[in-house]
Design a protein around this ligand. Structure first.
Ligand code: F0G
Length: 440
């Protein structure tokens, strides 16, 4: 059902490359895995690109271009790096625009974590409230270049919210597969509001993922899970933007929550390529943090990856409640490239870290807080050192999952360390005044 209209002069500088065998495919072919079953990368010809790519090229785009209005593509924190993400002409790009997310620091939070130099890149401040927009702008642009009429994904909620928005923007039908009852209400609301056909699967994310792959193979609907290598190309812009924001001086560590392992894979590839292209002199170490109830990658890591583990996932951090992560082999490679580590944190650690992040006025959804809880744990274990500079990734917005936040503050978590329960007060001035005076 797809017509191939990828008229791209730059097509020779990139192709699809299997990560397991030497086979390559043109980017004009709709395919998500190699004939051998291996995952695919978008491979860029770094030798050919090296003379064109420089810090100056990307810094120049930060200051915009002359003219009455800065084009959305110039204003996107993803398309700023387009030569090493998806070389295409500006007219083809489907963009909100995304990226340019803030980096926060707060002394109380840094002290709680135990670091002097601790920063949080807030990907929850993207257009649909999660980092997924960075991959989706590229994935939906590629879908458009391929002439796709319909796109699909399985999701724990954020991918589907993002897909729904970008598909609507590009006038494509969107089919999303979500685990029934296991996604946060804010994310379901977004999918419905943006007009995606939403299938609530009676199963978990891993069941939904298996189904959507079969359906896309069967029907020719374009698959936009992070199995799709173009999505990961967009997510590469997160570490690039962090490092550019620090004037190309990389931090010692980048710590991120890990579920389906798309981000872990993308970050590793971005850092490897940035070093190959001479954009950075040092590669930051990656720390991928899983929730203990959804920690197959952590369990394999403990076995030195001798065995690929999977499990029935169950965690309060529904976004990362994944028992059989798709990008597993790409993520192992990312750890090799970055001398990375994997850790896991309990739901209690996640919710207490979230209360701290929320309480300093930044805020995030539970999965994101795993990055901060994980940083704290790695410091306690002596893996991260107190003098090191760490950037944690907040992947999703506080407002995505209000139910878990309210539960935490209203007594559903008996061991909660930082609850801030609402107080019932009589509707008269004296009662209110008495309460306020007690608190002052
Ligand atoms: N944080 C949030 C808020 C997420 O939504 C996800 C993934 C992750 C972290 C993990 O990232 O999969 O690249 O390791 N959410 C996907 C979804 C699975 O369907 O929205 P990952």
């Amino acid at each position: 059902m797809m017509t191939n209209n990828l008229a791209n002069e730059a097509a020779t500088t990139f192709k699809l490359q299997c990560i397991r065998c030497p086979k390559t495919y043109p980017v004009t072919e709709v395919r998500y895995v190699c004939d051998c079953g291996g995952l695919l990368d978008v491979w860029h010809d770094l030798e050919m690109l090296r003379p064109q790519i420089s810090r100056g090229l990307f810094d120049g785009r930060l200051s915009g271009v002359p003219g009455p209005r800065v084009a959305p593509t110039t204003n996107s924190g993803v398309w700023r790096y387009r030569e090493i993400i998806l070389p295409t002409t500006v007219d083809n790009i489907v963009s909100r625009p995304e990226g340019h997310t803030p980096v926060y620091e707060h002394p109380r939070l840094s002290q709680w974590v135990g670091l002097k130099n601790f920063y949080l890149k807030h990907e929850g401040e993207n257009p649909t409230g999660s980092f997924k927009d960075r991959g989706m702008t590229v994935g939906v642009t590629q879908a458009k270049l391929m002439g796709a009429k319909a796109v699909a994904c399985a999701s724990t909620g954020n991918t589907s919210a993002s897909l729904a928005a970008y598909a609507a923007l590009a006038n494509m039908a969107a089919f999303i597969f979500i685990p029934d009852g296991k996604i946060a209400a804010g994310k379901l609301a977004q999918a419905l509001a943006y007009g995606a056909k939403t299938l609530q699967i009676a199963g978990d994310f891993d069941d939904a993922m298996k189904l959507v792959r079969q359906v896309c193979d069967d029907t020719g609907v374009y698959l936009l899970n992070s199995l799709n290598p173009f999505r990961l190309e967009g997510q590469k812009s997160i570490p690039l933007e962090i490092i550019q924001g620090f004037r190309w001086q990389p931090p010692d560590w980048i710590v991120l929550p890990a579920g389906n392992l798309g981000n872990t894979a993308a970050f590793g590839k971005a850092l490897y390529e940035a070093q190959q292209l001479g954009l950075i002199n040092k590669i930051p170490r990656l720390a991928a943090i899983q929730a203990a109830g959804a920690s197959p990658f952590y369990q394999s890591y403990q076995l030195n990856f001798a065995e690929r583990k999977s499990m029935k996932a169950n965690t309060v951090a529904t976004a990362i409640s994944i028992g059989n992560p798709v990008s597993y082999p790409r993520a192992i490679r990312a750890l090799e490239w970055t001398n990375g580590v994997v850790s896991s944190v309990t739901d209690e650690e996640i919710m207490d870290a979230k209360a701290m992040i929320d309480g300093v006025g930044i805020g995030c959804e539970p999965a994101s807080a795993a990055a901060v809880a994980g940083t704290r744990r790695l410091l306690a274990e002596g893996i991260i050192k107190p003098h090191e500079m760490v950037v944690g990734i907040l992947t999703g917005n506080l407002m995505k999952d209000s139910a878990n936040t309210v539960d935490y503050h209203t007594g559903a978590w008996p061991n909660a360390k930082y609850p801030n329960p609402p107080i019932k007060v009589e509707a008269n001035l004296n009662a209110v005044r008495e309460f306020i005076e007690q608190k002052l």
